[in-house]
Design a protein around this ligand. Structure first.
Ligand code: SAM
Length: 451
């Protein structure tokens, strides 16, 4: 049977090869898993494309197909076959793979629960920034249906039961990025975790900001607007103590998921998906304090920034205060990292943030009705990354994947570190320059609105 399958399924491989060429080839490196490899033709193609810099492990639950695969491709040095499936394969749960590839397998996985499990297993077995490339049928092809009906009506029920075509709802439930085709490519990653783990330095300045400016005013209802993975929200909650409650919102669902998981034991802290244009209590004079650290420059245009200030104003109690820390210019080391390590994506990287000078932000704040209590620049902190990978992970995560670690060759990283880093022990320390400043704004909603 396995030989029959190998010899008569060549057409199936043409589409598979195109899929590999178009989508997978640029990402092939190091450890690659082919999940459900059949008789191994595409596994051998992956091994050929990756060359000596990578290894392919290919698994299939069908012993006979694995036997044929081993015989057929025994001379391919960087390719190994083993029995295995989406529920059991070498390296499962160990963050082993850079790429997991799976061609026409998912619709063979029987139940929705098992499909969910398959995605969880792939996720747990990928290195951070690892990717999956999954091609599958989300419906029975008409020609299969015709063959079954016309040539094998006796076995129709069993034939139709072979496949489970409910993959798309599973994927949508998982909220991986999808494409609206019946053949989907899903690239998944652990972006929110990458952000949390590699942006610690960003919190030092944030904590000082909280201690110096915000702490004396922490009471009752506090909103953290654009909380990311929630580290500063938890700090606010701790300082406020039982007399205060913090609601923390971010538009990034994944960051909110990680925040909830990380701080579930903090009783006076709640996380929700939201943004400057939509959050619980908007317009209801709910909050005593609205806190927002490094969010303003993510708001796309000046009209939306104005709206953000108006929304904060309408949601504060009278005498309530906002504490806003923001970038009013591109920090030098961001500029250097983008130019030197990702010139291919420079235009897109440069247009991610919209920086406005401090006087413009003050003007917007006043126009919304606030009384400005304090507005000043402070020195940007140095940034220290454990190593090159940590630097790449941070920039990849903070730019939502526009900064692409694939372009950061060893050469580029070495040149970059030689010029700009002063770290020891493999650490990368990016020193801030004299003019690397960020801005702080503290403002109050007047008790008497006719002030
Ligand atoms: C640099 S992070 C800062 C996160 C957190 N405040 C901290 O200091 O750790 C910026 C955050 O702003 C969020 N963001 C972007 N646009 C936003 C908007 N319109 N309203 C609220 N948050 C927004 C992003 O999803 C991101 O998590």
């Amino acid at each position: 049977m396995a030989e029959g399958y190998q010899q008569n399924s060549k057409w199936q491989r043409n589409g598979g090869k195109r899929f590999v060429q178009n989508e997978v080839a640029p990402y092939l490196s190091n450890d690659i898993l082919d999940l459900g490899c059949g008789t191994g033709e595409l596994s051998a193609y992956l091994a050929e494309l990756v060359g000596p810099k990578g290894r392919v492990l290919a698994v299939d639950p069908d012993k006979d197909r694995i036997r044929v695969a081993q015989e057929s491709h025994k001379e391919v040095e960087n390719l190994t076959f083993a029995e295995g499936s989406t529920s059991s394969f070498p390296g499962l749960g160990l963050e082993t793979y850079n790429v997991i590839f799976s061609n026409f397998v998912l619709h063979w996985v029987k139940t929705i629960e098992e499909k969910e499990k398959a995605f969880q297993n792939m996720f747990r077995s990928l290195k951070p920034t690892g990717k999956i490339f999954v091609r599958y049928g989300d419906r029975l092809p008409i020609n299969f249906d015709r063959v079954f009906r016309e040539l094998n009506p006796e076995n129709m029920d069993r034939l139709l039961n072979l496949f489970e075509h409910e993959t798309r709802p599973v994927i949508e439930k998982f909220d991986f990025s999808t494409r609206p085709f019946s053949l989907l490519i899903i690239m998944t990653n652990k972006m929110a975790e990458g952000y949390q783990q590699n942006s610690r330095w960003q919190r030092n300045g944030g904590k000082l900001f909280v201690q110096n400016e915000v702490e004396p005013y922490l009471s009752n209802d506090i909103l953290d607007l654009g909380c990311g993975t929630g580290e500063l929200s938890a700090y606010l909650a701790k300082l406020a103590g039982p007399k205060g409650r913090v609601l923390a919102v971010d538009p990034d669902k994944e960051r909110i998921r990680v925040a909830k998981e990380s701080y579930k034991e903090v009783e006076n802290l709640t996380f929700a998906v939201g943004s400057t244009s939509s959050f619980p209590g908007l317009g209801l004079e709910t909050y005593n304090v609205i806190f927002s650290n490094f969010v303003l420059h993510w708001i796309k245009n000046i009209e939306d920034k104005k709206k953000a200030f108006e929304n904060m104003f309408r949601s504060l109690k009278p005498t309530g205060k906002i504490f806003v820390r923001y970038g009013d210019r591109m920090p030098t080391h961001f500029d250097r990292v983008f130019r030197e390590l990702n010139p291919e994506n420079l235009d897109r990287l440069m247009s991610i943030n919209q920086f406005e000078p401090r006087p413009v932000i003050e003007q917007i704040c006043l126009a919304a009705g606030f009384r400005v209590l304090n507005s000043f620049d402070e020195k940007f902190e140095d940034r220290v990354f454990e190593n090159g990978e940590s630097l790449c992970l941070f920039f990849w995560a903070t730019t939502n994947g526009v900064f692409d670690p694939q372009f950061v060759t060893e050469d580029r990283m070495e040149r970059f570190c030689a010029r700009y880093s002063s770290g020891g022990n493999g650490r990368i320390k990016l020193r801030s320059e004299e003019n690397d400043l960020c801005s702080v704004l503290v403002a109050e909603k007047p008790a008497d609105l006719n002030w």
